[in-house]
Design a protein around this ligand. Structure first.
Ligand code: SF4
Length: 388
């Protein structure tokens, strides 16, 4: 093949169809763009003896460029954007007292579960797209114009800890904004197939403008991260006087917030679909009264995703959570509201949170699914709940 032949021995590329698609796009001269989810950088190290290397993501950026990627962006940027939008959606619902509790919707495993089993709650899900799909839409609608490339010539590769993200990218409402999703395991194979020792590669930062992110954006990689980020934004816009957190059981954490306007808000972060079923059923019967719920289908959130390397046990997930925390701690931006490039995106294109423009590009809707389609089962099952 063309440029990639230097790094990819023939045959090593035939890892699976999705990987082949990436190399085909490079060969065809497409403008290949990568985007990397927060949780990937916490597990990539496991396969390369890069334990505790906070520059692992930067080394991956360099290596993907060597293969032929033109740009590599950070999905944590889009996590900032999604948080900002979702927090405003929550504030609006709180003020109006409608569609509460608000459920997060960035986990496609949970969204699909809700569409199949809890259709009566679909309008309670945040209508903001997941970070993957929001960034995909922004790149194809706005960024393509800025760089003067036809969106049809852009090939967008999303690198995710998650098998359910493949299904999400193929949903008809997203119009193919993301061309292919590679899991962490697949991207590890791609890196290994180059024959380059990633430990020797100098790290480089994610490309601008979608390379900047806050600690909040990075926290999307683990359970509780989305909720914590929304709370940060609520604190800035309304103010929080008191905050108390209580672990109710394994995978279920309750946070009680006393807002400056006197309102008391109850927030739950839950992981695992078994736990989720119990929580949603308790909300249905009125046993549980909460205002906002974060749901992550995988244990510990995306760090324990179905596309992550093996083993994917409790010990490994705890180590990934620690690594992600270290990566977060060296980020100088704390809240999405400090993300200059995100604010610029509003200034130039989206105007303000929940605007008509924002709804057009980064919001979506959900539909009742009576049963899982057969082709969906082939592409991906719901994420593994646990291998513990
Ligand atoms: Fe995917 Fe699991 Fe993360 Fe949900 S929690 S987005 S299914 S990796």
């Amino acid at each position: 093949c063309g440029q990639c032949v230097a790094y990819c021995p023939t045959g090593a590329l035939a890892i699976r169809n999705d990987v082949d698609k990436v190399y085909k796009a490079i060969e065809e001269g497409k403008y290949v763009i990568g985007m990397v989810a927060p949780a990937v950088r916490a597990s990539l190290q496991e396969e390369f003896g890069l334990e505790d290397d906070v520059a692992a993501a930067g080394r991956m950026v360099s290596l993907l460029k060597m293969i032929g990627f033109k740009k590599v962006f950070d999905v944590a940027f889009a996590a900032d954007l999604v948080t900002y939008e979702e927090a405003h959606e929550f504030i609006e619902r709180l003020e109006k007292g409608e569609k509460l509790p608000q459920f997060t919707s960035c986990c496609p495993g949970w969204v699909k579960f809700a569409e199949q089993y809890y259709p009566e709650y679909l309008n309670h899900l945040s209508s903001v797209k997941s970070p993957q799909m929001a960034l995909g839409a922004i790149i194809k609608r706005f960024y393509a114009k800025e760089i003067g490339v036809d969106p049809k010539d852009i090939f967008l590769v999303s690198i995710m800890p998650c098998t359910a993200k493949k299904f999400e990218a193929e949903r008809e409402e997203f119009q193919g904004d993301v061309d292919v999703v590679l899991t962490t395991r697949e991207v590890v194979k791609v890196i290994k197939s180059t024959g380059i020792d990633i430990r020797t590669v100098d790290p480089e930062p994610f490309d601008r403008p979608f390379g900047l992110s806050s600690q909040s954006g990075l926290s999307f990689g683990k359970s509780g991260g989305v909720l914590g980020s929304v709370v940060n934004v609520v604190d800035e816009f309304i103010g929080i006087k008191n905050l108390e957190t209580k672990q109710l059981s394994e995978g279920v954490r309750l946070t009680t917030l006393e807002l400056s306007n006197g309102k008391v808000v109850k927030a739950i972060a839950v992981f695992g679909l078994g736990n989720t079923r119990k929580i949603v059923d308790s909300i249905k019967t009125g046993e549980l009264d909460v205002d906002i719920v974060e749901v992550m289908a995988c244990n510990y959130g995306c760090i324990g995703g179905g596309g992550q390397p093996y083993p994917n046990d409790v010990r490994t997930r705890e180590r990934r959570a620690r690594i992600l925390k270290e990566v977060q701690s060296i980020d100088v931006l704390i809240s999405p509201t400090e993300n200059f490039h995100m604010l610029q995106l509003y200034e130039k294109y989206l105007k303000k949170p929940l605007s008509h423009e924002a709804h057009e590009v980064i919001h979506t809707h959900y539909k009742h699914r009576r049963r899982v389609q057969e082709e969906e089962i082939d592409i991906l099952p719901l994420p593994e709940e646990s291998e513990d």
